[in-house]
Design a protein around this ligand. Sequence first.
Ligand code: PEP
Ligand code: MN
Length: 658
Amino acid sequence: MVIVLESNIRDDDKQRIRRFLEKNSLRVNEIAGEEETIFGAVGKVGIDPREVEILPGVQRVIPISKPYKMASREFKRENTIVDVRGVKIGGNRVSVIAGPCAVESLDQIMESAAKVAESGAVMLRGGAYKPRTSPYAFQGMAEEGVRILKEAGEAYGLPIVTEIVSSDHIPVMRDYVDVLQIGARNMQNFELLKKVGALGKPVILKRGLSATIEEWLMAAEYLLASGTEDVILCERGIRTYEKATRNTLDLSAIPVLRSLTHLPIIVDPSHAVGVRDKVPPMALAAVAAGADGLIVEVHPCPECAMSDGAQSLYPEQFEKMMRDIEVLAPVVGRTVSRRTAAKTGHDRSGAKLEAKRAAGALALSGAAGPVVCAYSGGRGAYAEIAIRRFWDNGATALSAANFREVINAVLGGGADFGMLPIENSLAGSVYENYDNLTRCEDIEIVGEVTIRIEHSLLAPRGATVETVGSVYSHPQALAQCDEFLAKYPLWKHIETASTSGAAEMVAAEGDITRAAIASGSAADIYKLETLKSGIETNPRNYTRFVIIARSGEVVCEAPNHASVIFTTANEPGSLHAALGIFMKHGLNLTKLESRPIQGEPWRYRFYANVNLPDGVGNSVVSGERLKTALAEMEKISHDNGIVQGVRILGLFNTKELS
Ligand code: PEP
Ligand code: MN
């Protein structure tokens, strides 16, 4: 049964309820959720719920109607996110695990790891003990296989997944393997489930060859009841009368499971279809259907594979599949998980990042070495100017095609930081980036910078304002220069995707009738004449950029700003209660923005920026005030439902470079 506790329950009442349940032979799990704190109580003997309902501190008792208890959505409302050494499965991500069917040699597993890591896999798979239909088929490299799988995982910064077929192998696996896989053939090997669950490690539980969803969840219950909280369900195809594919991939299991359980759900399209060219379409279908991840067989030479070669992807096929998933994921509100350690075998970039971490996390100041910061647009874009000025020309600015690519560069380790515009003083918020920050749970804000935006009219050598007939620029820049443009009513205004793109295009054409509105820096970069600078109507034109990094990599010792996302209950005074916390701690609210929550019409998510008022200074002690206030916000989100889903986007310092 689920026991929902009163939001202001006293500690001794809580202990009394726990003791009562335990005395009645029930196992008690406390779950502090976003909306309420509950006790989950499961056991062999049932007790009358009314006996619990009358205990002080109990709000209500919900009997769990399903035979599986701890696996059920009734037991835990929020989705479980499994954290495997920093790689998360669940939430708004799509996490891809890849590697060969079996570990065959050191060279084979190293090459597999290199290829899958390069294309964006976040974990490495490989069987060391293979459950083969024929006793004469290759049975795996056993202990040696586990050891070299670990070696390959370490070399490329990938946690490892391998199948355990017998509890006799626990001593070999316990210290090496990050995620244990229970194969389809062992889904109902209950003794194995109990022993593996007791290790407390994350487990991938594959669906049995002919298992119903309920039988599968009962198997998950064995694992949960034995001691692990981290069970990942894996749909891998079931037996049907159809012979065209190895199994029949039951994608409808994803939405069905989603309502029955809080556990993350991944899909193995390789064992489902059994033929490699059918794998990528089913992988995409799984993502579209809401899978939290995939586990895919990839081999550097499928025709030489010792098992499952026919269903193993060539590395190039895997790369293409990953690129397609990258495009599809945002359509279903997800982002593709990226490795946080940019290790690439023996390559320098991984070592460089490790060195920076060892030097006390990545430092915004660049103290731990030169940094790479990605931005959207071409050379001369305002974000590039922000990067140059923020790091005083000490950072490498990496151009990306759009905001999403900036985030991908940061997640994938190609860039240490990203510079994203969040607000312009005249044009308002850049909503796309608010939504990007919400979606990407593995990104945080580590700094903020404001620069003044000054536009110039640029044209090829020989041009004058008299020769110009058309002006190219981003629509916002054209609008910001409307008074200047009004003086030349005959000019045609042509919109481009970016100001830097307009300058680049005008330079490439070399036509003195065409001019661009862009930054002064773009004139030097594209060798254009500045016909007039400072042409923006309102000189008080500023853009605020946020500097992003992978979560947990940059620590700001003495922050004076914080950015937080939260939702509130649809109740009188709920926003007031949330903001009251800032007031109580003497923090200044500098920005409050609301965005609709996708899929929940007329409900909104709030973005708040707070800072320490002038004079408080940015010392470690004053930074504590921000942390205390945010901790209180998180606490009230656990204790009552007024404020919900609190996510701290970052604690940082701001810089004005006007
Ligand atoms: C495997 O993943 O290597 C495997 C044997 O899968 P399944 O248990 O789904 O057949
Ligand atoms: Mn296989």
